[in-house]
Design a protein around this ligand. Structure first.
Ligand code: SF4
Length: 484
């Protein structure tokens, strides 16, 4: 489906430029609907004026992505999955990253501790905070009351979204009744259970997962559930391990995604999920392999799924603190895959204080490429340096390329020194230039009226540089001798 243009959207708006939505013009509003910064529903005229009802319907339809979004949970940690417009990230961008859910058994004696650990898990990386998105509660006990009790306890301890997993409809719906106000995802609708689960989902406005390894059956169940009135659906075509099965799993997911995004198949137009945790039910765990070798297979499946923009995965490994490596691998891969390729990863230019710098503390200079500024800052903090970091606007380009392209230049650095009043913070005029920009040092001394010392090529060498080369009093003596 071709993306609508801002003009097509504008044509359906009121065109009065009344500013009630917070935008100066209807055209500005139209442009931001495409970026999903606002929704059609944010224009009060479109929503309230009965004469505009036809345009309203047309606009909502025009702005609905070919793969519909589904929201699980409530409150600040509710997660929206799907809603994608393209098959490949480079064609535009992916909007909603793969949601990571970790499974917990309803009869696990450590349920409370696990829930607390998973809910509080936060990893800071490159300026982002990486977290999990939900917990999949499995009915392992086979007991209705146990499942109900575990669901209740889970939602009392955590605000993470919940997926309730049971192939026993009576047990599934008993737990769902207990926590229906938390908008859990119900797993699973099959050809035998669709009617009962569908009815409950419609009454309580809950999302459901339809499961079938047969894609024709999956599409037929999707059609049935939509006709029945279910509003939010997730598709699971199965996750299969063993020789040849990775390609089956991959092909099924891609067929569903292609059906939704390229073919606008109304039955496939929903988020797709996978269950790498299925490894533990499908593979015989013997003594011939170490535990980590098994866990690694699960993580590889998760990584393959993330790389083709699957919308949700359920993991078993990662449940415990000692398995953090599995989550680190999948969360960092996800962070890279779901960055927006249209945006240069830049941070704000400026002067950043690190630690408690005194008036002879060094001033390090770097670019505003996010992957440069953040590691440099972290290396300085890790080396317990009290210093200043001058971040120069290089249009989000790294130092080596920016030196070659002219974005990191003596003139540009001197302007930043002036703009951010860098030398007001210290009693010296020394700048530490990154080793990769050494050739700018002479020109920078002239442009910024400063003594320039060339630092390490890599910020991991800062500690050694400070021990062996940072001699501000000597630098200043030399600088003052030039003045004479
Ligand atoms: S509220 Fe609606 S009509 Fe008014 S400026 Fe915004 S988009 Fe245009």
């Amino acid at each position: 489906m071709a993306r609508p243009s801002p003009l097509e959207i504008y044509a359906l708006l009121d065109k009065s430029n009344c500013k009630d939505c917070g935008y100066d013009t209807c055209m500005a509003f139209a442009t931001d609907t495409l970026e999903r910064k606002v929704k059609a529903q944010d224009c009060p005229h479109l929503m309230q004026d009965p004469k505009q009802s036809k345009n309203r319907e047309k606009l909502i339809k025009l702005l609905t992505p070919p793969q519909k979004p589904v929201t699980i949970g409530i409150g600040e940690r509710a997660v929206t999955i799907g809603g994608e417009e393209v098959l490949m990230r480079h064609q535009l961008t992916f909007y909603n990253q793969t949601a990571l859910f970790v499974e917990i058994a309803d009869d696990d004696p450590d349920l409370g501790d696990l829930v607390k650990y998973l809910s509080e898990l936060k990893i800071e990386r490159m300026g982002d905070v990486l977290t999990l998105n939900g917990i999949a509660l499995r009915n392992v006990s086979g007991d209705r009351d146990q499942f109900k009790l575990a669901a209740k306890k889970l939602t009392e301890l955590s605000n993470l979204p919940v997926m309730l997993c049971s192939f026993n409809t009576e047990i599934l719906l008993a737990a769902a009744e207990e926590i229906k106000d938390k908008k859990p995802l119900l797993y699973a609708v099959t050809k035998n259970t669709w009617e009962q689960i569908g009815k409950f989902a419609i009454q309580n406005n809950l999302p459901v997962v339809i499961v079938s390894s047969n894609l024709d059956e999956l599409m037929s169940l999707s059609a049935t559930m939509q006709k029945y009135g279910v509003k939010e659906i997730v598709l699971d075509s199965g996750t299969y391990f063993g020789p040849g099965n990775l390609s089956v799993t991959y092909d099924n997911i891609m067929q569903l995604r292609t059906g939704a995004i390229n073919k606008e198949d109304v039955n496939a137009c929903w988020p797709v999920m996978g269950v790498p945790a299925a490894y533990w039910n499908q593979v015989k765990i013997g003594d011939e392999k170490e535990l980590w070798e098994h866990q690694y297979q699960e993580v590889i499946m998760g990584a393959v799924m993330e790389s083709i923009d699957i919308n949700l995965i359920v993991l078993h490994t990662g449940q415990k603190k000692e398995e953090i490596w599995a989550l680190l691998a999948l969360m960092t891969l996800r962070q890279s895959l779901f960055s927006d390729p249209r945006i240069y990863p830049a941070v704000d230019a400026g002067i950043y204080k690190i630690g408690e710098p005194d008036d002879m503390a060094p001033i390090f200079v770097t670019s505003n490429y996010r992957m440069t500024k953040i590691p440099v800052e972290q290396d300085l903090q890790g080396a317990n340096q009290n210093c200043w970091l001058l971040v120069v606007d290089t249009e989000g380009i790294g130092i080596e390329s920016a030196v070659a392209g002219g974005q990191f230049s003596a003139g540009g650095i001197a302007e930043a020194v002036k703009e951010f009043k860098v030398f007001d913070n210290v009693k010296h005029r020394v700048l530490v230039l990154p080793g990769m920009a050494a050739r700018l040092s002479g020109a920078l001394e002239d442009e910024a009226d400063a003594f320039v010392v060339v630092g390490p090529r890599d910020s991991s060498g800062i500690l050694k540089f400070m021990d062996t080369q940072w001699k501000p009093e000597e630098f200043m003596k030399e600088y003052e001798s030039w003045e004479k």
